[in-house]
Every structure is written in structure tokens, then in C-alpha cells.
Design a protein around this ligand. Sequence first.
Ligand SMILES: *Cc1c(COP(=O)(O)O)cnc(C)c1O
Length: 393
Amino acid sequence: MSLPERLQPPVRVLMGPGPSDIHPNVLEAMGKPTVGHLDPYYLEIMDQLQQMLRTLFQTQNQMTFAVSATGSAGMEAAFVNLVEPGDRVMICVNGVFGSRMVDVATRCGAEVKTVERPWGEVFSVEDLAPLLDQFQPKVVGIVQAETSTGANQPIPEIANAVHQANAMLIVDAVTALGGMPVKVDEWGVDVMYSGSQKCLSCPPGLAPITFNPKAVDVILNRRSKVQSWYLDVSMLASYWGSERVYHHTAPINMSYGLHEAVRLVLAEGLDVCFARHQLQHQALKAGLAAMGISFAAQDGHQLPMLNAVTIPHGVDDVTVRKGLLERFGIEIGGGLGAFKGKVWRIGLMGYAARSNNVLLLLAGLEQLLAEQGVSLEPGASIAAANQVYSAGR
Ligand SMILES: *Cc1c(COP(=O)(O)O)cnc(C)c1O
């Protein structure tokens, strides 16, 4: 067998549901010299990363760190630690990631019940109240930014209702963190997890997570051992805490990447960063509207960083996405589950949320739609986006 060529990946514009465009500083940080995972330098980096993650999650929670695996491992870590076999767990399902929570909680041996909303819609307290009352769950799971539908779930009122029912709240902020406000302490979220590759502009591989003191207390008073050795936070805490007990070999260079990624968000300023995501979302939305493309998620509850839009009638999903990738170098996402073939998912996450990307996508999409016979006014989408930019200056 002849040896493959040295790797030379194409440079893509990543505007799908994640991974998103990686900030060049992050890639550079990941190429720095690897030190040992108990090296004093690395321990200092871990401390700094924890502190920056607290600021990002807007929490004082001591138990805040990054799980060495992707966002789904963050989800798994939240459930395996809080849930014991036989516990009652209630999950809010309005897309793919709520369904994944159901699967994870069921595998923990929980008795699981769901409340459901149609894809693209969000939950109100009234939707949860009857089951909270009848079922008396120990844990409730909900997704803040449902990446499969583009729906933006408000959390504060839900958190209130969950606590009044004496339950604990797990929030999936994989796509939310770094792109919109997440206020763990103010909202009273018990456990929140995320991933490195959405709005943090870092490659996939780490899952920031935070447990409040109440959640930690529940974990320390479990009747049974956490069934996952790798994700048992009481053991992970001894590594991230002051004892520094060896648990697993941390992915050193990934941590460098996340360190720089979170540092960049904090250096930009949370409010400035969230406003940038909003502005790019508004510009994209105006441009798409000029081509007659509308949003799939409920009005007033559309995410800035994940734009799920309806594919115009008669337009072939795969041809357009292939054209974007091959001719314009842009990746967008197709629909999942109920939205397959009906919806495109356009990500404006982190470093990807910038004007060059929006304008390039609109230009490419306009051309590809015209080729598919959609009647549109050439340049109108670009003009509409530019109007939003001028108004936002
Ligand atoms: C991407 C995503 C996940 C899963 O994260 P992975 O990094 O793919 O494991 C979970 N929840 C939501 C809302 C996501 O968008």
C-alpha cells in the first residue's frame, strides 16, 4: 500500500449546526507545545479555564469544569450523576436533543415521562405544570437552544416552576453558550452543560459543565455509585480540584484551544458578543426574506446562532447544499428528523457570526436558487442585509 498524502483539509466556511468556524487564535493555541497533564503550567491553565468558564456560565459554582469529550458527554455527565435507577425524570421534547435526553435518562434506569411541543415551538410553564404536579419528578431536562429546530427556549420561568415542584433542572446549553445570555445563578439552573464547537469557535472535544451546590449535595448523597466511571464528577472533582488526583489524561492541547476560545469571548465582552450574534442573525434574516425564505421556528423565539429556514417549494435540498459546498466552500446543515428535506440549518456561531460569511452565503444561495428556477431579484438579498448593517452602525 502506498502511503497517503500528508493531510491537507479544504478550508471551509462552517455555517452549519456545528462545528462552526474555528477562530485562528484557537488553532494556533492548539499547536503549542504539549506539557504533562500534571505539569504546574497545565494546572494553572486548568484553574484559569475554570474561572473563565464560571464567568461565561455566569455562576459562582465551584464545580465548573470541562468534561474531556463532546457535548453529548456533557449531557450524559449531567444525567448519570444526578439520576439513580428508579428516579423519576421529566424531559421536555421539541426536537432531536430533547429526545436524546430521554434516551440518556432511560439508560440511567430512570422512570421517564415527557412533555412535548411541536418542532420549532417552545414550552411555557403551563405546558409543564400538570406533569410536574402529578409525576413529582426528581429531575427535569430542557434544551435552551434546540439546534434541530432553531427554537429559543426561555429558561427563567421554567426554572422557577421546576423548583417550586421541588425538582432539579438540567439545561442543555450546547448551542446557547457564548452566543446568547445563559445565567446559571440568576436563573437557578442546577446543572448546565455545553460543547466547545458551537458558539465557542473551538473544535469539538470538550464539554464545559457546571453543577450548583444543591446538585453536588445530591451527588454526594447517592445511594448507588455513578454507573459511569469516566463521568463520575466526584472523581473528576478531585482532578480539577486542589487534590489533583490523576483520573484520566486530560486532552492538553484541546484545553489550550478552549482556554483561548473562552478568553476571546470574554475579551470581546459577553454583551458585545451576544449583540454581534443578533446583528448577524437580523442581517441574514433580511437577506433571506428578500428571497422569500422564512424561518421554521416560532415567531419571537428564533435563535440568533441557528437559523432553521424553510426550503422554498420546488427547490432540491441536496443540490443546493452540494452547490454551496463545492462552488462556494460553505457548509450549511440539512434538516433532521421531522425537518429532513424541508429545512436548512444555517449556523451563525461564534467566529462564524460575521458579515463576510452572511454576505457570501446570501450571494451563493441567490445564484443556486436562481439556477433552480426560483424567481428573484439579483442582489436584493445582499442589499437587504447591508441595510441592516448600516442601520446597526
Ligand atoms: C450539538 C448538540 C449536542 C451534542 O453535542 P456533540 O458535541 O455533538 O456531542 C447536544 N445538544 C445540543 C443542543 C446540540 O446542539
